[in-house]
Design a protein around this ligand. Structure first.
Ligand SMILES: [Zn+2]
Length: 143
């Protein structure tokens, strides 16, 4: 049986992001006119209204701003529970991501809390889709 996953919509505003994950890059939209970073991406810069879009490649590290442990309803292709976090990237933008390997149980959320440091990893689903996932940054890596 093929695993079914929820496929993110790629459009002209977000294609650069999925092109990035496919090559192991976490890309953040950047305005070429004023340099403002933004996530989620959109057609016009929120700072200066320019339509001159580029992107930067994020370092791939961030901090948990908040999170939820999703136990119900079922998510196609996922074994519940899963942890979904709002992650403040070190570049200063916030994005939503799944945190893996934190093993939430019925009574707690596993090894995640607000302020937990994370590092992005890339889960290749198939030729067309690679999803960013997040793991705890080990103590030894924090320096
Ligand atoms: Zn701008």
């Amino acid at each position: 049986m093929t695993a079914h996953v929820v496929r993110p919509m790629a459009n002209r505003d977000s294609q650069f992001f999925w092109d990035g994950t496919a090559v192991g890059e976490l890309r953040i939209a950047r305005c070429n006119a004023c340099g403002a970073l933004r996530f989620p991406p959109g057609p016009a810069c929120q700072s200066c209204d320019a339509y001159d879009r580029g992107h930067v490649v994020a370092a791939g590290t961030g901090t948990v701003f908040s999170y939820v442990v999703h136990r119900h309803p079922p998510v196609p292709g996922k074994e519940l529970p899963i942890v979904i976090a709002l992650i403040d990237l070190d570049e200063g933008v916030r994005m939503v991501g799944e945190v893996v390997d934190v093993a939430p149980t019925a009574s707690d959320s596993g090894g995640i809390e607000i302020g937990t440091r994370l590092r992005v990893d890339f889960h290749r689903v198939d030729d067309e889709l690679t999803l960013p996932v997040w793991r705890r940054l080990d103590e030894g890596e924090r320096a």
